[in-house]
Design a protein around this ligand. Structure first.
Ligand code: HEC
Ligand code: HEC
Length: 213
């Protein structure tokens, strides 16, 4: 048997016989270069929830990571490690994971996920897309809400520590806007904006963004 299928274990696995090496070879063929370059923790941990390339297609509350801004990814991993990103799902799912990462791991993981082809949704459009588009591009003057694109970029591709939102999971974005709204996720830039959004407006803007490529 071959307990862990990763490049770093190949030497060990060889001792265990032909079946194991064949499985490793097939796994490598199937996933192409992405697997070959992936830091070891991707196979051992991250992929269970985020997927091998970061394109999570299973769990609504788990963010996609593929094509996310490299600086943003590294910054968030540091926040989980320092416990300064402390919303409930961060505590349950990411604190134990980030605990085990050192600065070198963080940089390698951020680079790996940022380099994957960008996240996108395959599901059909949700209601609220046109209202959401207006919020994203123009903001809501009557509520003092600025245009989201001012920071997240016109196509929502993000920039530096401003995250990419295009193609991100709908459920994840609504959840984060609620966390930022109620102050359980702390950020001096994004929090005052999320505080002013209604639940309906969060859903509309997330509907628009999740469908962007
Ligand atoms: C048990 C499931 C699970 C595992 C394993 C896991 N994650 Fe996560 N990850 C989550 C969830 C859930 C969130 C959302 C946390 C929140 O709501 O604050 C998250 C959030 C993140 C974020 C923040 C993304 C954003 O858009 O803000 C990054 C970066 C991240 N994970 C990277 C990783 C890396 C790298 C690994 C492997 C070393 C990993 N995760 C392993 C479940 C997981
Ligand atoms: C002044 C700049 C700015 C504006 C304007 C702005 N954001 Fe943000 N946004 C940020 C920053 C910075 C973060 C990252 C917060 C952090 O590091 O925790 C963020 C994070 C987010 C996240 C969480 C993404 C993730 O992967 O976890 C969502 C969702 C979001 N913004 C949506 C919006 C929406 C919707 C609007 C418009 C109503 C908007 N933002 C306007 C700066 C901005």
């Amino acid at each position: 048997m071959c307990p862990v299928l990763s490049l770093n274990n190949l030497a060990l696995s060889k001792k265990k016989g032909v079946i194991c090496s064949t499985v490793v070879a097939l796994a490598l063929l199937g996933s192409g270069p992405a697997l070959a370059q992936a830091p070891q923790s991707v196979q051992q941990s991250c992929m269970v929830c985020h997927g091998q390339t970061g394109e999570n297609t299973i769990y609504p509350i788990v963010p996609r990571l593929n094509g996310q801004q490299v600086q943003y990814l590294a910054w968030q991993l540091q926040q989980f490690k320092k416990h300064t990103r402390a919303d409930q799902n961060a505590q349950i799912y990411m604190w134990p994971v980030a605990q085990a990462l050192d600065q070198q791991d963080i940089q390698a993981l951020a680079k790996y996920y940022a380099a994957q082809s960008p996240m996108h949704s395959a599901s059909s459009p949700r209601p609220g897309v046109s209202a959401g588009k207006q919020i994203f591009l123009q903001g809501i003057a009557s509520q003092g809400i600025p245009a989201c694109m001012a920071c997240h970029a016109v196509n929502a591709t993000g920039r530096g520590t401003f995250p990419r939102l295009a193609g991100q999971r709908y459920g994840y974005m609504v959840q984060q806007l609620k966390y930022l709204h109620d102050g359980s996720r702390v950020n001096p830039i994004m929090q005052p904006i999320a505080e002013k959004l209604t639940i309906q407006q969060m859903q509309d803007v997330a509907a628009y963004l999740s469908g962007l490529h």
